[in-house]
Design a protein around this ligand. Structure first.
Ligand SMILES: Cc1cc2nc3c(=O)[nH]c(=O)nc-3n(C[C@H](O)[C@H](O)[C@H](O)COP(=O)(O)O)c2cc1C
Length: 185
């Protein structure tokens, strides 16, 4: 797929299954590392979660939810536990924040977010399904601790990757003029 076609047509795929080949994964990961990066801080790192580790992440989600809600029902725990099973591969995207004279935290988070977007595009260009998710589990201290994420780091997203299940949605193109205007001073 050519670059503009991917940029103009990318969509997320919430229903994922199967496997992702190592070649496709490496292409996706390499794309993350070409994100724009002020002062070359490389303000990111990524954890790959697959196979049995998805169950461990699910257990962490269930525990974290229970800590926030002691009234958690069996069904609620099961729902939390099953979240990481929605795809064969999950990439936990982590912004590594440092104090810097000319690169505020927001720029470091944007840089990490750009890395996630690069991965979404690289996935789409290869026909791999992808979905960027956050939710409470991206901001939960127990989950962060369980994943070995330090206080100076932030989860910018869980990138779910897999083969696309079912039909892809059709998204009408937005009108450029509604979002872009010429400023004349
Ligand atoms: C930072 C961020 C976090 C997101 N978190 C979620 C989420 O937790 N759950 C969800 O359904 N969609 C989430 N989304 C939105 C989806 O990834 C997706 O972009 C949206 O469903 C629109 O679909 P599209 O990418 O095909 O346009 C998030 C998007 C961003 C940028």
């Amino acid at each position: 797929m050519d670059t503009l076609a991917a940029l103009h047509n990318r969509i997320s795929s919430p229903r994922l299954s199967g496997e992702v080949s190592e070649e496709h994964l490496q292409n996706i990961f390499k794309a993350a590392l070409r994100a724009p990066d002020h002062a070359q801080l490389k303000p990111w790192r990524f954890l790959i979660i697959k196979e049995e580790a998805r169950n461990k992440l699910g257990e962490l989600f269930a525990q974290a939810e229970r800590e926030g809600n002691p009234e958690q029902t069996v069904q609620m725990a099961e729902r939390a536990r099953s979240k990481p099973l929605r795809a064969p591969i999950i990439v936990v995207c982590i912004a590594k924040l440092v104090e810097h004279n000319s690169v505020p935290e927001v720029e470091q988070i944007l840089s990490c977010g750009s890395a996630v977007q690069n991965m979404l595009l690289a996935a789409y260009a290869q026909g791999v399904g992808a979905m960027w998710r956050t939710g409470g589990m991206a901001y939960n201290d127990l989950v962060k601790k369980g994943l070995g994420i330090s206080a100076s780091e932030q989860i910018t997203g869980y990138l779910y990757l897999g083969q696309i299940e079912g039909r892809s949605k059709i998204v009408p193109a937005l009108k450029v003029d509604e979002y872009f205007s010429v400023w004349k001073g």
